[in-house]
Design a protein around this ligand. Structure first.
Ligand code: F6R
Length: 608
């Protein structure tokens, strides 16, 4: 989602704005730009890609001035190109605006403005705002903005500056976030307080339909009718780190709770009005797809676990054999790759050394490389032939949570898209699965309501020396992720097993009170896993089962049951992983571990 920052005061506006935009990077973006009033001119720089590209431009040619606006853009109308990036400006570059949100009536505004003689430079809905402010500007910027607001339909947060008015900043909030920080003779407006806190802790929380106006040292707030609104500033006690955690104790907790929103983002960004997935950054044609006779999914750790589920989905929908492998093994295994192979890499950071080396090797051998990654402009994204961004937002906690669920959703969307293109599934089945996927955000929310139960399960197992995770079918791949979460943040030894494999050795480890988490979401394997639960329970295990809520008979065999909403078997892991993330989280807290920064681990593994 776009982020905006505006500054008027005594500091270098570009420094404050760039720092603020960096704090807003977590919102996800694909281009960035800034306008600063410098030497009686609006100096406007904008670039697609990461903020670093814009920072490089500014490092070469510094922007001087005390008034400016900046923006990180998350493309909706028009491609993420330099020209479509914000700030947008009027014909003589005397007015600049930044906008977060969507202007619903932009087509009709555009037509009207074109009739007035305006030449549009971009495909964005936002550019109209700059031209409208220009149209109404008669020496009073605030009046021109107010008149413009009367013409806009939709959601917006805006920042507006004009060349003729060096001491004036106007910002508006309607259905998009905007906070205003007030320092010593300065105003900073931003999409959230993290961009403000380094400069001031006194903020106005603007309500919808409010305009904040700073001019010649005075700051006033108005409603859209022009009436002055009396508002008190709030003094924030929180520091930057607390603010970035959004009120949660740890980033991991925040990120677990963000899953409904980010899964929604991953899905809705790619589904058009006809209910069809549009993978605009993957350019594999039907003919090319037909030539692919083998797919590899390669990744490390949690991303590999997501890849295992991707394998199931692709084989089930696309009917092409898929080999899922760990990057550190695959890179030395001399795999059979040729121009008819597709290599899918999964990586949250897009920088993992082993995964990157697989990418380079696969390309050398002529394979097409598609990456599923979270970080725009990362090395893996840049070097791949096709990229699918997960849009999970920054994941700070070392233990991966929201990246994992969005990786699975991404791989499933790719599988569905390939399958419908190839004709290996019917449109009715495609619509059915996609429909069920769209229910996931609200279903994950429902699972999160069971947080207290997960905490009490953690209370029962956190003192154990080891725990076992069992599953059958795709629940087995999910068990691997559950075990990894527990071991990496609580340091409890945890192992995942295919439940049917237990009696071939591992069951010897089960003794009184050994915690066994048995995942039982696969309908056709339900009775089988229940038998395995009986086997371990008979040997004294403390059995915690995760099952769909219609399968209440599981209560006869488990000591605790965590229910998830009913869904299709292939989608159940996306719900069932959430309680396992929470159990690991609470076990870590109970053991006094550093939840977000577990020992010996780094967030991005850029060495072999
Ligand atoms: C575990 C975890 C790691 C990563 C792995 C790959 O919670 O985060 O196992 O999944 O290091 O990292 P990326 O996805 O950045 O390639």
């Amino acid at each position: 989602m776009c982020g905006i920052v505006g500054y008027l005061g005594k500091r270098n506006a570009a420094d404050v704005i760039m720092d603020g935009l960096a704090k807003l990077e977590y919102r996800g973006y694909d281009s960035a730009g800034i306008a600063v009033l410098s030497d009686k001119k609006l100096d406007i720089r904008k670039h697609s890609g990461k903020l670093a590209v814009l920072a490089e431009d500014l490092a070469k040619d510094r922007m001087e001035g005390n008034l400016g606006i900046g923006h990180t853009r998350w493309a909706t109308h028009g491609e993420p190109t330099d020209v479509n990036s914000h700030p947008h400006f009027n014909k003589d570059k005397s007015i600049a605006i930044v906008h977060n949100g969507i202007i619903e009536n932009y087509m009709e505004l555009r037509e009207e403005l074109v009739e007035d003689g305006v030449e549009f430079l971009t495909q964005t809905d936002s550019e109209s705002i700059a031209h409208l402010v220009d149209k109404y500007y008669e020496g009073n910027l605030l009046d021109a903005v107010k008149k413009t607001l009367n013409r806009l339909r939709g959601a917006y947060a805006l920042g507006v500056i004009a060349k003729d008015s060096p001491n004036e900043l106007v910002a508006v909030r309607k259905d998009c976030p905007l906070v205003a920080g007030v320092g010593n003779g300065e105003l900073i407006v931003a999409s959230d307080v993290t961009a403000i806190l380094s400069y001031t802790k006194d903020v106005y929380y603007l309500d919808n339909g409010e305009i904040i106006h700073a001019k010649d040292g005075k700051i006033k707030i108005y409603d859209f009718e022009g009436n002055e609104v009396q508002k008190e500033t709030v003094h924030l006690e929180m520091d930057l780190e607390t603010a970035s955690k959004g009120g949660y104790d740890y980033f991991m907790s925040k990120e677990v709770h963000e899953q409904p929103a980010v899964i929604k983002e991953t899905l809705e960004r790619r589904i058009n009005d006809e209910g069809t997935i549009v993978l605009d950054s993957i350019n594999i044609t039907k003919e090319e797809l037909e030539k692919i006779n083998r797919i590899y999914i390669v990744a490390c750790g949690t991303a590999y676990h997501a890849g295992l589920l991707g394998k199931h989905a692709i084989e089930q929908f696309v009917k092409v054999p898929v080999i899922a492998d760990i990057a550190s093994e695959f890179r030395y295994a001399d795999p059979i790759i040729d121009e008819n192979s597709l290599v899918i890499l999964v990586s949250q950071s897009g920088e993992t050394a082993d995964t990157l080396s697989v990418l380079r090797e696969a390309k050398k051998k002529g394979a097409r490389v598609l990456s599923v990654t979270n970080v725009v402009g990362s090395s893996i994204a840049r070097e791949s032939d096709d990229v699918f961004y997960t849009w999970a937002g920054p994941e700070i906690s070392v233990a991966s949570t929201k990246a994992y669920t969005t990786q699975i959703v991404s791989l499933y969307m790719i599988a569905l898209d390939f399958a419908i293109k190839k004709g290996s599934i019917s449109r009715a089945y495609y619509d059915h699965v996609l429909g069920k996927m769209l229910e996931l955000p609200s279903q994950v929310k429902e699972v999160l309501k069971g947080e207290q139960q997960c905490k009490s399960v953690a209370e029962k197992l956190y003192q154990s020396a080891s725990a076992f995770y069992l599953g059958r079918g795709i629940d087995c791949s999910l068990a691997m992720e559950g075990a990894l979460k527990l071991k990496e943040i609580s340091y409890i030894h945890a192992e995942a097993f295919a439940a049917g494999e237990l009696k071939h050795g591992t069951i010897a480890l089960i003794e009184k009170n050994t915690p066994v988490i048995a995942i039982a979401t696969q309908e056709k394997l339900f009775e089988k896993i229940v038998s395995n639960m009986q086997e371990v329970r008979a040997r004294g295990a403390y059995v915690i089962s995760i099952a769909e809520k219609h399968n209440t008979s599981v209560e006869n065999t488990a000591d605790d049951v965590i229910y998830i909403p009913n869904t299709d078997d292939i989608l159940a892991p996306i719900l069932a992983v959430v309680p396992m993330q929470l159990i690991a989280y609470y076990a870590s807290i109970l053991k006094g571990c550093d939840v977000d920064k577990p020992r010996n681990l780094a967030k991005s593994v850029t060495v072999e």
